[in-house]
Write a protein that binds this ligand. Structure first.
Ligand code: SAM
Length: 496
């Protein structure tokens, strides 16, 4: 039987998830409008390309602006804006020549909460060809990314854009062309992470961010300008503190040029609220410079090919995701002894890096918000998570380092805000130049904790604290940045 489709109905009986409908809270719309009017008070025309029930445009209408709202669906709320029922991506496609000729559309402000949800793929699948032609560089990964690219393209020089959208594009490798596209064409005035509970009232668990952008003139585009500043804010714990921060304007201002990773090894990830001392670590060595980090076996169907306990023929311990576990983890299951034969005969049973399988090493988390690493004994196989092999004397201190709060921050606060931590991300974790003494201490701590957990004891938070003390000292972080990391890791679920 196929999976049941989950419907999330709103007050009008519409399935929110098929339309990507999440109502923007009024205080968010007011903030975006206020910021755009602060930066550009004298504009007149406003476009909301997915206006819904007009949540985003009320403040503009109250400010006497001339608002046009588009939406693929007519929700029947038309007090503040003139309305046209229209697919925005088609609207954009039809105006590409006009944009080229005039440098943009007539609007002075764009405000939007573009659709994003798990059923959007139906729309993308049905329109794949035309969307690919429309977004050859950005790609057709999801609706919000296409909306964002189209809006930036529509905007004339000097036009302002206020957007609330999924924040997965800030770090996802697949969205690196989108980041570059926006960064080259816009001054990013604001980049603020929203709290995870912002849409909870609507049964939505989406991580979002607010952006205020200004389209640059063709001469300014692509140039680094040291004077441009960006207001940033890490993720507040809840909507109340978010509303307060927006009202009191407690965001930090950083020079625009420092807010993304610029090293050739990186993909221009956008950093939000990342201290300079931590950003600086990305200029040094990375784990992949010293160690081999790789993936192994993808069964295509763990349910079919994995056994929870060893059985006849299923004897090979398999590590695929330590998740929250640190230092020690029992195998995640057992693979059949004929796994190489399966790889030859079953199309989606894949074995990568065959010659490194069975070697002792470290298995890192692949899914979930927490990041942890566990010892992987000789004779075990590993999955598509990040794995280290051939570590020799470096194994135990590296295990401790990977379980430090600083590394959790480097992974979840800088490199990757979405959930799937591949070996590509783990390889790029900065490698501190640790002293021999520090390595010895870290190795001893990892060893002790591994043994304790292997014998069934609960994880000892004191060990991570001791690891942290060494790592912070070696990294030379100032106390306020240590506190920043500690606060982030102390509430990972809400801060990531
Ligand atoms: C996240 S809701 C935002 C609603 C409202 N503007 C707000 O901010 O609360 C996304 C809106 O996009 C609309 N939508 C979905 N696909 C669209 C498309 N291709 N063109 C225009 N609107 C679309 C949905 O009907 C929905 O109203």
């Amino acid at each position: 039987m196929g999976r049941q489709q989950k419907l999330v109905m709103d007050a009008d009986g519409l399935d929110k998830r098929s339309l990507g409908y999440y109502s923007t809270p009024a205080f968010v719309a007011e903030y975006l409008t206020g910021r755009m009017l602060e930066e550009k008070p004298d504009g007149h025309r406003v476009l909301d390309p997915c206006v819904g029930r007009e949540e985003m445009v009320i403040s503009f209408a109250q400010a006497g602006k001339d608002v046009l709202g588009l939406d693929i669906f007519d929700y029947g709320h038309h007090g503040a804006a003139a309305f046209v029922q229209q697919d925005f991506l088609q609207y954009y496609a039809k105006r590409r020549d006009q944009i080229k000729e005039h440098g943009g559309l007539e609007f002075d402000y764009y405000i939007a909460n573009p659709p994003y949800n798990c059923h959007e793929s139906g729309y993308i699948r049905d329109n794949k060809r035309s969307l690919q032609a429309l977004f050859p560089d950005i790609g057709t990964l999801n609706m919000y990314s296409m909306f964002l690219a189209a809006l930036v393209h529509c905007a004339k020089p000097g036009a302002m854009l206020g957007i609330i959208t999924s924040d997965s594009f800030l770090t996802s490798r697949m969205h690196s062309p989108l980041r570059q596209f926006v960064q080259e064409r816009c001054h990013i005035h604001d980049l603020l992470l929203c709290p995870t509970d912002l849409f909870h009232g609507q049964q939505a668990d989406v991580r979002t961010c607010l952006m205020v952008l200004e389209k640059l003139t063709p001469r300014e585009q692509g140039l680094v300008n040291g004077r441009r500043m960006t207001r940033t804010m890490g993720r507040p714990l809840n909507s109340e503190s978010f509303a307060r921060a927006l009202r009191d304007r407690t965001q930090r201002e950083v020079p625009e040029r420092v807010f993304s990773l610029t090293d050739v090894r990186d993909h221009g990830e956008w950093l939000v609220d990342c201290p300079a001392s931590i950003r600086h670590l990305f200029q040094g060595q990375r784990l992949a410079d010293e160690f081999r980090c790789l993936t192994g076996i993808s069964t295509g169907s763990d349910r079919k090919y994995l056994r929870a306990k060893p059985e006849a023929q299923w004897t090979l311990p398999f590590y695929k995701n330590p998740g929250k576990r640190r230092f020690y983890a029992a195998p995640d299951g057992y693979l059949p002894e004929n796994f190489l034969e399966l790889a030859r005969t079953v199309p989606n049973f894949l074995v990568r890096n065959q010659r490194y399988l069975f070697r002792e090493g470290i298995a890192c988390s692949s899914m979930g918000v927490a990041f942890g690493a566990c010892y992987r004994p000789q004779g075990a196989l590993f999955g598509v998570n990040a794995n280290f092999v051939d570590l020799g004397d470096d194994l135990w201190w590296l295990l401790a380092y990977l379980n430090s709060s600083l590394v959790t921050y480097l992974v979840r606060g800088v490199l990757l805000r979405s959930n799937m931590i591949t070996s590509g991300y783990v390889s790029r974790i900065p490698l501190l130049p640790l002293s021999a003494d520090a390595k010895r201490t870290l190795a001893a701590l990892a060893h002790v904790e591994y043994e304790r957990c292997r014998q069934g004891a609960a994880a000892d938070a004191g060990i991570v604290a001791a690891v942290n003390a060494v790592v912070y000292r070696e990294a030379g972080l100032p106390p306020e940045d240590i506190q920043h990391v500690q606060e982030f890791c102390g509430d990972l679920l809400r801060r990531t």
